[in-house]
Write a protein that binds this ligand. Structure first.
Ligand code: FMN
Length: 302
């Protein structure tokens, strides 16, 4: 039985990865999850300099999910290279570094610093974080800007580039087509959906940032719809995410057109979710007599 997939010539032993920002760099989870069993770890977003993030409260629960407005708090690329990459090199799974920035120069700076890190297999460029003023989303909601940032990043990147798309747009296929035209090697989607919660006791916003990004099981149907639309619009591989908490969810994304899948918010309520999903996909393939997982990718479109 073959569970391995190829994303931009990087071979993953299985399609299961961790969604950026929900798994750190794997250090805290490595007591629960055997990282060697995962296809890849996608790290928390890292910028060229440390970012403090937003004021608290910055996470709150919602029905079937949560809202977060972390604001991309991170230690900066230098600390990340010194601390996180050596840790991840101990494991036999692909390492994808998620990159954030406030300007094209910020993104390029990080990409250049990672160019000769042999422990980094791919880059995921976050142009879709809804929680940072002028950062990320300024690129993720306008196809021309998305094209430009992709073009510049591709000029300097030594690893294949995944562009992470925002669902907070009228037509996500426009964005996918723009980054594909600029040379993106793959796309990942979806990032969080902008939402809001009011604290009725305090009679104010539940999050200091007022709005936050919604994630978790409740957003899955939106994510599946967008993955399927993008699968029918571009030829580059798709990494799908948004509400995946079981193997059934993962299979849905694969059938809709995703080559890889990420587990995000589910890690918070079930730290074992990733490993369980790997085992569940294998059991499903046996039960359905599927010899090669690649036969399932986008099957509903065929
Ligand atoms: C607390 C938190 C932090 C996140 N941080 C990042 C980040 O740094 N970069 C990024 O591209 N996405 C980030 N995301 C978005 C996730 O990677 C993912 O796209 C989204 O949560 C949908 O998947 P899920 O419903 O499985 O969580 C974050 C999500 C959460 C919940």
């Amino acid at each position: 039985m073959n569970t391995s997939v190829n994303i931009a010539d990087v071979i993953f032993k299985n399609p299961v990865m961790t969604a950026s920002g929900t798994f750190g760099s794997g250090m805290e989870y490595s007591n629960f999850v055997d990282l060697n069993k995962l296809g890849g770890v996608i790290t928390k977003g890292v910028a060229n300099v440390p970012w403090e993030g937003n004021k608290v409260p910055r996470v709150v629960e919602t029905y079937g999910g949560m809202l977060n407005a972390i604001g991309l708090q991170n230690p900066g690329i230098d600390k990340f290279v010194e601390r996180d990459i050596p840790f991840l090199k101990n494991y036999d799974c692909n390492v994808i570094v998620n990159v954030c920035g406030r300007s094209i120069e910020d993104y390029v700076d990080v990409v250049q610093k990672l160019a000769y890190e042999d422990g980094v297999d791919m880059l995921e460029i976050n142009i879709s974080c809804p929680n940072v003023k002028e950062g990320g989303i300024a690129f993720g909601q306008n196809p021309d800007n998305a094209y430009e940032v992709t073009k510049q990043v591709k000029k300097y990147a030594k690893q294949p580039v995944i562009m992470k798309l925002s669902p907070n747009v009228t037509d996500i296929t426009e964005m996918a087509k723009a980054v594909e035209a600029a040379g993106a090697d793959a796309v990942s989607l979806i990032n969080t959906i902008t939402g809001m919660k009011i604290d009725i006791e305090k009679q104010t916003f539940a999050l200091a940032n007022k709005t936050g990004g919604m994630s978790g099981p409740a957003i899955k149907p939106v994510a599946i719809r967008m993955v399927n639309q993008v699968a029918n619009a571009v030829n580059i591989p798709i990494i799908g995410m948004g509400g995946i908490s079981t193997y059934e969810d993962a299979i849905e994304f694969i059938l809709a057109g995703a080559t890889g899948i990420c587990v995000g918010t589910a890690n918070f309520f079930n730290p074992l979710a990733t490993e369980e999903i790997v085992a569940g996909i294998e059991a499903y393939m046996k039960r359905k007599n599927v010899e090669d997982i690649n036969d399932l990718i986008g099957l509903v479109n065929k």
